[in-house]
Design a protein around this ligand. Structure first.
Ligand code: ARG
Length: 468
């Protein structure tokens, strides 16, 4: 769609009849929403087509009028797509613009389309219709991102790395396990968006301004024609509430917080101190002054953009908090916030996917980082538990071994001789040593949900099975 009209069009103001004087140009522009809701043009046309057809079927407008409206609305859709009809930026909103063009082209037939309808139910229909398309696109983006993560995870079932708590090395895990943990979160994000989509799948058309209509509208018919599961139950609720927008904004905020956390890991891993990941050069940027720099800007920016989506959610919550029922013009602010969250999440998913699929992981650095932090201490304690020692005593014994190592300048419990180990507990025998190897440790953590390679393989398969 183009911004510049081929034929400049002055859209009529739908409520001008009531006023002896109109707001001046600046005030009119302030309350207009065309520059945001122009995005709903095709949905608005679709809603009008369904409404006009229903009006004719109910005997509320002549069949010829309905045919003319149908033809003109269809043409307008094509012209908007082709760029031969430009949206008038001076119109109050997309609803005024579409009705204005209809009236300009069809005369009284155009004037008949709004019977039994209000912009209050119209905008609610348009917004929900838009989300019925946008959310599945986002879910597809998410599915693609999940595939990339799961592919990388599958490549690294045996790539041992430290797992962290408090950003301190905690226990050995694998990169495949870490990436699968990310995938679990994204998989829930995809489900959450699906849940929101199911709940918003109700058609507000026929709710009117707030109290339905005296005209014999067929709400079932318009809901069905527009592909909604059913009409909304209560007209006032249909025009007053925006919890469907909140849910979508909430699901997108959670998704963005997830991406932000993954990016924080990536940023850490890309630093010299970790050295776990090498981001592709075309997924990095340089510095204008420091010639050596290769910065993880994409990850940083995704992390930063999570602030926008959080802000959009806060805007929507705040917008609704004190609103009396039913419609208030405040609600006009709902779309800009959610559109921005949708655009932001879609762009960030695409960037995240590109960055992760092209990244290389440094197995040696990850393996090396498993030594020196006494990540094997829990294994040693559990070894003693296996030999009958109460866990709290086993914990203390392993802790004392760690202290012995530190005092002796040793980097792992495995550096202690059997005699030194037995000085702390007679239960220690030679069979402890192989268990302290990070790969062995990971392999033995094969409970459901654990990091053992065959278990992570199962987790990956389960996550894949949920994808289209
Ligand atoms: N532009 C408005 C919105 O987005 C459409 C509904 C206007 N309704 C009204 N009574 N002013 O909410």
């Amino acid at each position: 769609m183009k911004d510049k009209p081929d034929t400049p069009h002055r859209s009529p103001v739908l409520w001008a009849g009531r006023m002896a004087e109109m707001p001046d140009a600046g005030a009119f522009a302030f309350q207009a929403s065309i520059n945001v809701d122009r995005r709903l043009a095709l949905e608005d046309i679709e809603g009008s087509r369904a409404h006009a057809a229903m009006l004719a079927k109910q005997g509320l407008i002549p069949p010829e009028t309905a045919a003319a409206l149908e033809g003109e609305l269809r043409r307008m859709g094509e012209e908007l797509a082709a760029g031969t009809l430009a949206i008038d930026g001076g119109a109050e909103d997309i609803h005024s613009f579409i009705e204005g063009v209809l009236t300009e082209r069809l005369g009284d037939s155009g004037r008949m389309v709004h019977a039994g309808r209000s912009r209050n139910d119209q905008v609610a229909v348009d917004f929900r219709l838009y989300l019925k398309r946008a959310i599945p696109r986002l879910r597809a983006e998410l599915a693609g991102t999940l595939q990339v993560l799961l592919d990388q995870a599958g490549n690294h079932l045996e790539t041992v790395m430290p797992g962290y708590t408090h950003l301190q090395r905690a226990q050995p895990v694998t990169l495949g396990y870490h990436l699968s943990a990310w995938a679990c979160a994204l998989s829930r994000d995809r489900e959450r968006l699906g849940d929101a989509l199911d709940r918003l799948d109700e058609c507000p058309l026929g709710a009117g301004a707030l109290a339905g209509s005296t005209l014999a509208l067929d709400r079932e018919a318009t809901a069905k024609a527009l592909g909604f599961a059913r009409p909304t139950l209560n007209a006032m609720d249909s025009v007053a509430d925006r919890d469907f927008a909140l849910e979508c904004a909430g699901a997108l905020s959670i998704l963005m917080v997830h991406l932000s956390r993954f990016c924080e890991d990536i940023i850490l891993w890309a630093g010299e101190e970790f050295g776990f990941i090498r981001l592709a050069e075309n997924w990095s940027t340089g510095s204008s002054i420091m010639p050596q720099k290769k910065n993880p800007d994409f990850a940083e920016l995704i992390r930063g953009k999570a602030g926008r989506t959080t802000g959009n959610l806060m805007s929507l919550l705040t917008l609704l908090k004190g609103l009396p029922y039913a419609y208030n013009k405040d609600l006009q602010e709902d779309k800009e916030a959610l559109f921005d969250s949708i655009d932001t999440a879609a762009a960030c998913l695409e960037m995240f996917r590109g960055m992760v699929s092209s990244a290389e992981f440094n197995r040696e650095r990850m393996r090396a980082a498993c030594t020196g932090g006494f990540l094997e201490a829990t294994d040693a304690a559990e070894y003693l538990v296996g030999k009958g020692m109460p866990f709290r005593r086993a914990h203390e014994t392993a802790a004392l071994l760690v202290r012995d190592c530190i005092a002796a300048g040793q980097r792992s419990i495995g550096e202690r001789t059997l005699g030194e180990l037995q000085a702390r507990s007679k239960l220690f025998t030679e069979d402890l040593y192989p268990l302290l190897d990070p790969a062995v440790s990971v392999g033995r953590r094969n409970l459901p949900g654990g990091p053992a390679p065959e278990e992570v393989k199962r987790q990956i398969e389960k996550l894949r099975a949920n994808l289209p």
